[in-house]
Design a protein. Structure first.
Length: 201
């Protein structure tokens, strides 16, 4: 029962979904985007983002599973992670390039470039250590929330609490499923947190 809950949490807080959550928060928390951006444009941005950063990488992983390039969609084996992570990096950069080409404000899609860089860093580190990709995603997410401007104190505080709570939930789930050691989780989280904090303005 507890393992099933941990699996559900891992799916909901999957690294591939973090960019969608981030852009969703930007669009609806930032008054400029929330009030001035037409609803159909918001929906289009989120749809394009979801397709490029989640749907396409997920379909590629399904194909790799079918072709037996990877043995599991959860990529439990360290040696099977390189190609999926490389393709995910390309997908994230493609999303960044698409939004840049649409001439949208840079702070709307800046996180995508950071996510692409972190995925590449995770791939390189994974050649030696099986780093937690969930922890990388949550570390970047927490740093993003910490860098939000204070448009609304109560909402911002709620986002702070949510980021920390969800990070703890995700990392505890990975430990419960015995997919990572505490070191691998903390390594991923703090590398992502510090890297994102250093780049966000």
């Amino acid at each position: 029962m507890i393992n099933n809950i941990a699996k559900v949490i891992s799916y909901i807080l999957h690294p591939l979904l973090i960019p969608t959550y981030v852009i969703l928060i930007i669009i609806y928390y930032n008054p400029y985007f929330n009030y001035l951006m037409p609803p159909n444009l918001k929906a289009l941005i989120l749809l394009i983002l979801f397709i490029l950063t989640f749907f396409i990488p997920a379909m590629l992983m399904l194909l790799m599973k079918h072709l037996k390039i990877i043995s599991s969609l959860t990529m439990d084996k360290q040696e099977e992670r390189t190609l999926p992570l490389l393709l995910t990096t390309i997908s994230l950069y493609a999303a960044f390039y698409v939004f840049k080409s649409l001439k949208l404000p840079f702070n709307l899609y800046e996180f995508l470039l950071i996510a692409a860089a972190l995925t590449l860093i995770g791939m390189i580190i994974n050649l030696r250590i099986k780093i937690s990709l969930h922890a990388i995603g949550m570390g970047a997410f927490t740093a993003f929330v910490f860098n939000l401007k204070n448009y609304n104190t109560s909402i911002l505080f709620g986002l702070f609490v949510m980021a920390i709570f969800l990070s703890g939930l995700a990392m505890t789930s990975r430990l419960k499923l015995k997919l990572h050691s505490l070191f691998q989780i903390f390594l991923g989280y703090f590398i992502a947190f510090l890297f994102t904090m250093s780049l966000l303005k």
